[in-house]
Design a binder for this molecule. Structure first.
Ligand code: ADP
Ligand code: MG
Length: 701
C-alpha cells in the first residue's frame, strides 16, 4: 500500500496540479511524491541569529531582523513605481523596498505590525535597505515547519520561480508532503545496522534534512542519508563480486613452470622490488583458488607494473592458457609489444600485436594462430575485444591504464572464454582510497607503492613566462650531456584551434632556439596520422631526435629512459593527475631528471595550488588526494563516465569515514550471510534483486 502512495504522481499533491507538476518534471525531474521527498536542500541558513539594526554592516550576507513597520508609501510612476517601507527596532531604522508584486505588498504588509524580515542589507546614502525582503509574522507559529532554526534552501529555476516555486515554494510543498505522508516512508536499513552505527531512522532523517530541528539533528540526518547512500552502493558492488565468486569457477593456475622460472632466473635484468613481489604473490593466490580474479593494480608511473603484468601472463602460459594485454592507444599497445618482445628475448613465448592498423591479411593470420593456440600473449588496443577475435583458451586479460575501460567492456571480456578469464587491471593514475572503493569497489586492489631502487626523485620547478630563457638554457645543457627532452602542450577539445596555434608557435620557437643540424626535434600531436606519429615517436625512442614536442598524446605509458627533462607549457591548464602523469615520463633512467612547469604570471588560486603541489611532492597518492579535494570526485580523470559518482548526499572528498564504515558493514554481512538468506537481511536481498532488474532504489524507499 504505502509504496503506492509515495510513488503517486506529484500532480496529486495539494497545491501542485497539472501545470506545476509539468514544470517540476521538466525542470527538476520530480515525477512522484518520493522524488520530492528525496529532493534535498543544498544549503541551510541559520535562522536562530537575529540582528539588531545597529549591528548591520554592508559586508553581512543575509540577515534576519525583528522590527515594526512604521511607515509605508508608494513612490514613482509606471515602471519606476515602488513601495518603500520603514522598519524600526529599538536600535534604529532601515528601509524595505519592493519593485514587484506591489499589489501584494499593498494589501499584506501592514503598518504598525511586527515582522521578521530576512534579506541582504545594502548601504545607500547612509541608510541600510533591503530589497524584496522575505517577511514572516512574528512570533513564528509552532509546528513541523515552523520554529525553524536552519532554513532549507532548495535549488529552483527561473521557470519554477515564475510559478511561485522558488525555494520557499518548494519548501512549502515538501512540508505538506511530510505532514501528510512521512508515515508511509519505510525503513530501508536493517535495524541491527542502524544500531551498530548509531543511525537515526529514515523518517527522522527525511524530516530533519528538510526541516532541521537543530544543527545536531541536521548532522544526524545527513550522516544517516550519506551512510545509506554509500551502503547501498557498496552492497551492489560487493554483491556483484559475491555473485561472481559464487557463479564463476575461474581458471586454476597452480603450476609455476618453465616459462616463468626461466624468465625470473635467466632473463629479468634486475631484482624485483618488495612491492612487485607482494603484488605478484597476491595474483598467484587469487589465480589458484578456483575463483575468477578481478584485481586492480595501482602503481605510480615507473613503479614497474609492466613486469608484474608480464609475469602474470607467463604464469597463465605455464598453465596452458593464453593471455592478452590491452592498452588504450595504438602507440601504447605497440610500445608494450616492443618492450615485451625485447624483455623476452629468446623466444620464450610467442607474442603478437593487434591494433586498428593491423592489415586485413595480418589479421586473418593472427585469428587463425590465436584459435590454434599458437600465440601465447596478444597485445593490442580495443580491437582485442571485438567478437571476431577468438582465443583457444584465454586465461588472463591485463588491462593497462584501465580508467578508459568501462564496466561494460570488462563484462565483454568475461564472455571471451567458457571459463571467464582472470582480469588484471593496471592503473598508473593513483586514485584516492574513497574513489577506489567506489569506482572499483567490486575489484580487489593491490598497490605498488615502492619505486625501483636507485631511482632519483624527479626535481620539479615552476617557472614563469619571464624566465623562459632560463628554461631554454637548461634544456641546452641537458641535451649537451646527451639527454633528451619532452616539451608538452595542452590540447583540450573545446579550444582545439587555439591550442593548435599555441603548439605551432611553440614549435617555431623551439626550431629557432634549437636549430638544425645540431638539434633534431620530433613532433607528435593528435591531428597527425598514426603512421606519422609512429615515425616521429620512433625517432625520439631511438635517440635520433633530442627534443620531442608533443601534446598530451604522450601522456600514458611512453618509456624513454634517456629522457630526463619534461617541460610542460601552460602547466596551469592541466589537472593535477595529468601533470603527474606527464612528469612520470621522465625519471625512468639512472640520471637525475627534471620537470619544468611553465606558466603565465597570472594564476588562479587553484592553479597556483596545483603547481605548488607538483613542486612539493612526487607521491601520486598524495597528489590524487589533493586533486580530489580541489576538484571533487566528478572531475577527476577517468571518473566522468561513472554513474556511481552521482551521489546525492555523500561527498567522496569528505566522507571517507562513513564510506569505510558502510563498506566494512557490507563485508561483514556477506561473511556471515553469503547469499543474504537471513531474515534480518531480507531487505538487502530484495534490494539487490530489484536492482538487477533495473528497478531503482528511489522506487522502493
Ligand atoms: P609503469 O608502472 O609506469 O608501467 P614500467 O613497468 O614501465 O612502469 O617500468 C618503468 C621502468 O622501470 C622500466 O624501464 C622497467 O624496466 C623498470 N623497472 C621495473 N621494475 C624494476 C625493478 N624492480 N628494478 C629496476 N628497474 C625496474
Ligand atoms: Mg605502464
Amino acid at each position: 500500500m504505502s509504496v503506492e502512495i509515495l510513488s503517486a504522481s506529484i500532480e496529486y499533491l495539494k497545491g501542485v496540479g497539472p501545470k506545476r507538476a509539468e514544470l517540476l518534471k521538466k525542470e527538476l525531474g520530480i515525477f512522484a511524491y518520493d522524488q520530492l521527498l528525496n529532493y534535498y536542500p543544498f544549503r541551510y541558513i541559520d535562522r536562530t541569529r537575529f540582528y539588531k539594526i545597529r549591528e548591520l554592516n554592508p559586508e553581512l550576507p543575509l540577515v534576519q531582523i525583528v522590527g515594526r513597520i512604521t511607515d509605508k508609501k508608494t513612490i514613482g510612476e509606471k515602471h519606476k513605481k515602488r513601495i518603500v517601507a520603514r522598519l524600526s527596532d529599538e536600535t534604529g531604522t532601515i528601509e524595505l523596498v519592493w519593485f514587484q508584486s506591489l499589489k501584494w505588498v499593498e494589501e499584506n504588509v501592514m503598518r504598525g505590525k511586527v515582522y521578521i524580515v530576512f534579506g541582504k542589507p545594502n548601504l545607500f546614502n547612509g541608510t541600510f535597505s533591503i530589497s524584496h525582503p522575505e517577511l514572516e509574522n512574528y512570533p513564528r507559529p509552532a509546528g513541523v515547519t515552523g520554529n525553524l532554526t536552519l532554513q532549507p534552501i532548495y535549488n529552483s529555476t527561473e521557470k519554477l520561480k515564475k510559478h511561485f516555486l522558488d525555494s520557499k515554494g518548494i519548501q512549502k510543498l515538501v512540508g505538506l508532503l511530510i505532514e501528510q505522508h512521512i508515515r508511509e516512508v519505510k525503513e530501508s536499513l536493517p535495524p541491527y545496522v542502524m544500531e551498530k552505527y548509531k543511525l537515526i531512522s529514515k523518517r527522522e532523517a527525511l524530516l530533519h534534512i528538510h526541516f532541521p530541528g537543530s544543527a545536531q539533528m541536521l548532522q544526524d540526518a545527513q550522516r544517516r542519508l550519506k551512510f545509506e547512500e554509500l551502503f547501498f552502493i557498496q552492497l551492489q558492488l560487493l554483491g556483484s563480486k559475491q555473485q561472481r565468486n559464487l557463479k564463476f569457477k575461474g581458471a586454476v593456475f597452480d603450476k609455476v613452470g618453465a616459462k616463468i622460472n626461466t624468465f625470473y632466473k635467466d632473463i629479468l635484468p634486475f631484482p624485483l622490488t618488495g612491492a612487485q613481489k607482494r603484488v605478484i604473490k597476491e595474483i598467484r593466490l587469487d589465480t589458484h583458488r578456483g575463483i575468477q580474479m578481478n584485481r586492480l593494480v595501482q602503481g605510480d608511473v615507473g613503479s614497474g607494473k609492466t613486469i608484474v603484468a608480464l609475469m602474470s601472463m607467463l604464469l597463465a602460459n605455464d598453465n596452458g592458457y593464453q593471455a592478452c594485454m590491452m592498452a588504450p592507444t595504438e602507440i601504447l599497445a605497440r610500445q608494450h609489444y616492443q618492450s615485451l618482445v625485447s624483455l623476452l628475448k629468446d623466444d620464450l613465448v610467442k607474442v603478437a600485436v593487434l591494433t586498428g592498423s593491423t592489415t586485413k591479411k595480418q589479421r586473418t593470420l593472427l585469428h587463425e594462430q590465436l584459435e590454434a593456440g599458437e600465440i601465447d600473449i596478444l597485445v593490442g588496443t580495443h580491437a582485442l575485444i571485438e567478437d571476431k577475435v577468438k582465443f583457444k583458451n584465454l586465461g588472463l586479460v591485463v588491462i593497462d591504464e584501465q580508467h578508459r575501460f568501462g564496466v561494460e567492456q570488462r563484462a565483454k571480456l568475461w564472455r571471451k572464454n567458457s571459463i571467464p578469464p582472470h582480469i588484471l587491471v593496471m592503473t598508473a593514475t593513483p586514485i584516492p582510497r574513497t574513489l577506489a572503493m567506489t569506482l572499483y569497489g567490486d575489484l580487489d586492489v593491490s598497490v605498488i607503492d615502492e619505486l625501483p631502487l636507485g631511482r632519483k626523485p624527479i626535481e620539479t620547478k615552476h617557472l614563469f613566462e619571464s624566465q623562459r630563457l632560463r628554461m631554454f638554457g637548461f634544456m641546452k645543457e641537458e641535451i649537451k650531456k646527451g639527454r633528451q627532452v619532452y616539451v608538452v602542450y595542452p590540447l583540450i577539445k573545446e579550444s582545439e584551434q587555439l591550442d593548435l596555434l599555441y603548439l605551432e608557435a611553440g614549435i617555431e620557437q623551439m626550431r629557432y632556439q634549437f636549430p638544425l643540424p645540431d638539434f633534431q626535434i620530433s613532433i607528435v600531436h593528435g591531428k597527425m596520422s598514426n603512421a606519422d606519429k609512429q615515425y616521429e615517436m620512433q625517432r625520439f625512442v631511438e635517440g635520433k631526435a633530442q627534443i620531442m614536442v608533443a601534446t598530451t598524446v604522450i601522456e600514458v605509458g611512453v618509456n624513454v629512459p634517456n629522457a630526463s627533462v619534461m617541460v610542460i607549457e601552460h602547466a596551469e591548464r592541466f589537472g593535477l593527475s595529468q601533470l603527474h602523469q606527464l612528469r612520470g615520463r621522465v625519471g625512468r633512467g639512472a640520471e637525475q631528471s627534471f620537470c619544468i612547469l611553465m606558466s603565465g604570471n597570472k594564476l588562479t588560486r587553484e592553479g597556483k595550488l596545483r603547481l605548488e603541489t607538483m613542486v612539493k611532492t612526487n607521491n601520486g597518492f598524495e597528489i590524487s588526494e589533493i586533486d580530489l579535494q580541489l576538484r571533487g570526485p566528478g572531475d577527476l580523470s577517468g571518473t566522468q563516465q561513472s554513474g556511481v559518482l552521482e551521489l546525492k548526499m555523500a561527498d567522496l572528498a569528505k566522507d571517507q569515514a562513513i564510506l569505510q564504515e558502510a563498506r566494512n558493514m557490507i563485508i561483514e554481512i556477506f561473511e556471515q550471510d553469503p547469499v543474504l538468506s537471513l531474515p534480518q537481511n531480507h531487505l538487502l536481498r530484495v534490494y539487490l534483486e530489484r536492482k538487477n532488474q533495473g528497478i531503482t532504489f528511489d522506487k522502493i524507499s
